[in-house]
Write a new protein. Structure first.
Length: 129
């Protein structure tokens, strides 16, 4: 089964990336979520970031990075296909809705966390090289 999502690589000025962990799971990943029927990826991203982190972004804030696919972290026998965007944010974020934990992760320290396959294999290499 394919799960279509919009997600954000949110970067702080110092280069750290924001990762989130959903309640009842162990893997950290980019914030974002499923794209509803008739919804554009940017609209889904704006809705999800507001629901999950209380962030209000403008469509022009989100730089499109491309489409990435990997095995889903929390749904067996599923593949997640993400419309991935890059955002800059230096303020505080608070976990809301299904998000249990947020963490700013610096390049080189991600090995200390359990990461979703999409984050580990696709997004982090695309952002940090």
């Amino acid at each position: 089964m394919e799960i279509r999502i919009a997600a954000a690589a949110i970067l702080r000025q110092d280069g750290a990336m924001l990762l989130v962990r959903k309640r009842g799971t162990s893997a950290f990943m980019q914030p974002g979520g499923k794209i509803d029927a008739g919804e554009t990826p940017v609209a889904a991203l704006r809705r999800e970031l507001f629901e999950e982190l209380g962030l209000t972004i403008q469509p022009d804030d989100a730089q499109y990075l491309g489409q990435f696919s990997a095995p889903a972290a929390n749904e067996p026998d599923s593949v997640v296909t993400a419309e991935m965007f890059r955002l800059s944010h230096d303020g505080d974020v608070e976990p809301q809705a299904e998000i249990e934990e947020v963490r700013w992760v610096a390049a080189g320290t991600q090995g200390q966390l359990t990461l979703a396959p999409l984050t580990r294999d696709m997004v982090l290499p695309a952002i940090w090289g």
